[in-house]
Design a binder for this molecule. Structure first.
Ligand code: ZN
Length: 148
């Protein structure tokens, strides 16, 4: 188990040091900005949706290792997903990082590396910031997202 935890930490660190998809999209169909004042994390999420499918996803900003790695892993996983799957994935991810479900759903795949944050309640908002921002991007209402 401790080997697994170490592996998870390595994956998080790798995504923090070399974030995937950390760039704005040229013609995003959806975008939103989110802020976690508790930690100082800031992310902007960009999506290109065509025919109900997320064709491309990117983000700018970041913050601590957890917030940055979560945005990186999330944008990686979103490509090719249907927009109508997002609400369910959000729930699964939220349940995993808050510990509401004992095991991570298989659908989350690599995002399981973030399951360890359940032991650090203050970090849950870092892990979910990108997801709250994603939700806001798909449900556009004016204003900025805050985890508070
Ligand atoms: Zn943070």
């Amino acid at each position: 188990m401790s080997d697994l935890r170490e592996l998870y930490q390595q994956v998080i660190f790798d995504h923090y040091k070399r974030p995937r998809n950390r760039h704005a999209l040229d013609h995003p169909s959806h975008e939103a900005e989110g802020h976690n004042p508790l930690c100082g994390d800031n992310v902007k999420v960009y999506l290109r949706v065509e025919d109900g499918v997320i064709r491309d996803a990117g983000f700018e900003g970041g913050g601590c290792a957890i917030a940055t790695a979560s945005a990186s892993l999330m944008t990686e996983m979103l490509k090719g997903k249907r927009v109508d799957e997002v609400a369910h994935l959000f729930e699964e991810f939220h349940d995993m990082v808050t510990g509401e479900k004992p095991a991570a759903s298989a659908q989350l795949g690599k995002l399981e590396v973030l399951a360890g944050v359940r032991e650090f309640p203050a970090r849950v908002k870092c892990a979910t910031l990108a997801w709250h921002t994603l939700k806001a991007a798909l449900d556009p209402r004016p204003g900025r997202v805050s985890t508070e």
